[in-house]
Write a protein that binds this ligand. Structure first.
Ligand code: PBE
Length: 267
């Protein structure tokens, strides 16, 4: 299926985001795995830059191929679809994991216990991401905490309050992790910890966890998106398991485009 001139119209370009994102590395791998993507390239920029291009493509009903993921408000704002991925490069729906530095559990058992209890749903994260279109993440998170006090209580119930111990929470520069970090930062602060959110690229975050410079994080998407870093640093990091399930990364296009699969992008 598809339009023979599509590649030409798109300048054989997939429009991507920041070079340090896992979805960027995964898309570079897709460019290698799919023979039909010979001659295509991934243009990296920023999430905001990509979203700007998506907005004008949709305004003009022009074709555009982007790297996309969910949860993200792009799927609320526009009619989009993930392209099928017959080679399975982008993997199955993923999990977001909580991870700590070695020694965090024995140094700060109460904070560790709260982080270990932390678990929520895609809808929770997405609600905060949407609300944060009109307010800052701290305000959106604090409203969410107020409305979901039972869930928050289930994370902190029976755990002793901290007495002002400092805690470095590692995060990513994407809205999904701005949402989770804003919630965790508030919950941990309310429970007596002095939280600093450290927002860095995935490669830096894994390195900082392995070196003990960051205490804990709820950011990594696994097994695909940040899988390479877990392989590299996993021996020096405590993987506390999933805090959320159902995230997806892939190649995304507007609904009106007449293609369904990455294999439909012709050289
Ligand atoms: N993301 C959002 C990140 C992780 C969270 C999908 C843009 C990535 O590393 O690709």
């Amino acid at each position: 299926s598809g339009d023979e001139k599509l590649g030409e119209k798109l300048n054989y370009t997939i429009t991507g985001i920041e070079p340090g994102a896992g979805i960027t590395a995964t898309t570079e791998r897709a460019l290698e795995e799919y023979d039909n993507l010979d001659g295509w390239e991934l243009e990296t920029s920023s999430t905001a830059g990509m979203m700007g291009q998506l907005d004008s493509a949709i305004d003009n009903e022009e074709p555009l191929v982007i790297t996309g993921w969910t949860p993200h408000y792009m799927f609320e704002q526009y009619d989009l679809k993930f392209l099928e991925d017959p080679e399975g490069v982008y993997g199955e729906p993923e999990f977001v994991h909580t991870m700590a530095r070695e020694g965090f559990e024995s140094d700060m058992p109460e904070a560790y216990a709260i982080m270990d209890n932390f678990s929520w749903e895609v809808e929770d994260m997405q609600g905060i991401m949407l609300a944060a279109q009109d307010m800052d993440f701290d305000e959106a998170a604090s409203n969410w905490v107020e409305e979901n006090q039972d869930m928050v209580d289930s994370w902190t119930e029976g755990i002793d309050e901290g007495d002002g111990q400092e805690l470095e929470l590692g995060s990513y520069p994407w809205d999904s992790e701005r949402a989770s970090s804003a919630v965790l930062s508030q919950v941990l602060s309310d429970h007596g910890f002095d939280v600093t959110v450290n927002t860095v690229d995935p490669s830096i975050l894994f390195q900082a966890l392995a070196q003990g410079e960051v205490d804990v994080t709820a950011a990594p998407w696994l097994p695909t998106t940040q899988g390479a870093y877990l392989e590299e640093y996993g021996d020096d990091i405590v993987d506390m398991g999933p805090n959320m399930e159902g995230t997806v990364i892939g190649v995304v296009v507007p609904e009106y485009m007449d293609i369904d699969s990455i294999a439909d992008l012709k050289p």
